[in-house]
Design a binder for this molecule. Structure first.
Ligand SMILES: [Zn+2]
Length: 251
């Protein structure tokens, strides 16, 4: 017998922009109708793997609301080496310095997985921002959550084992991408964790032997998320709890 589904519980399709592109960005989805002017100025963009949104020192002419996939924020050293210091997915925004009037980026932003985003001219956003306390509040909150995560990850990279950090990082990626299938090579994982590729291979092997992930060429699949959370260092839970506490307290 067909199960009756009450109309109110039927999942609604995601809202779309004027051109029919689905909006998944959580900051944009949380805005009320008085932000429709801003929404009309957003440009939907597809970002291929390794698209650079900003280099360190670039002017923030355009900024981005993440919509799908994942954008890495990297700290770049003079010798060209780089380490990931932040991750942005559908929950976030790329271009935070602009919000306080700083015109350039101190980091590199690059799409590490094929991604989509809503791009807006930086001047347009700054003209609109004083008219929407709601958008100001949401971007400020995101900025603080982002800073909290960067602080925690800095401590994590100093204190925790590679397999714990890898598990924590895979959980963060999965949350942002909204999938357990992550198109990530081990070389890339090493770069993101700021560690040697051989260490990442050992750590990924450990997770695979424990039946937590599978890795094929260029792909990581999480097959047991509960165990992945058990293996991850406490940093993942600390960040989740802190963000939830702030969000619940801000209502
Ligand atoms: Zn940690």
């Amino acid at each position: 017998m067909a199960k009756y589904i009450h109309p109110s519980t039927t999942p609604r399709p995601p809202p779309t922009d004027a051109r029919g592109n689905q909006i998944h960005n959580e900051i944009l989805l949380g805005l009320s109708a008085d932000c429709s002017e801003l929404l009309s100025k957003l440009e939907y963009v597809r970002l291929k793997v390794h698209s650079v949104l900003f280099e360190t020192g670039d002017s923030l002419k355009s900024v981005y609301f993440g919509n799908s996939g994942m954008i890495s924020i990297l700290s770049v050293f003079p010798d060209g080496k780089s380490v990931e210091v932040g991750l942005v997915g559908k929950e976030g925004f790329v271009g935070l310095p602009l919000l306080v009037g700083f015109q350039t980026s101190s980091t590199r932003a690059v799409s590490q997985i094929e991604a989509t985003a809503f791009r807006v001219n930086g001047e347009t956003l700054m003209e609109f921002l004083p008219r929407s306390s709601e958008l100001q509040q949401r971007l400020r909150q995101y900025s603080q959550i982002s800073a909290m995560q960067i602080t925690q990850i800095a401590a994590c990279n100093r204190l925790h084992e590679v397999h714990e950090r890898l598990a924590r990082w895979l959980l963060m990626c999965s949350d942002r991408v909204g999938s357990n299938n992550l198109p990530l090579t081990q070389e890339f994982l090493g770069q993101m964790l700021g560690t040697r590729r051989s260490s990442v291979t050992v750590a990924a092997g450990f997770l695979q032997e424990a039946g937590i992930i599978t890795t094929a060429r260029g792909d990581v699949k999480i097959i047991n998320r509960e165990k992945l959370e058990d293996v991850a260092c406490e940093c993942y839970e600390i960040m989740q709890l802190q963000a939830a506490e702030w969000r619940n307290g801000s209502k």
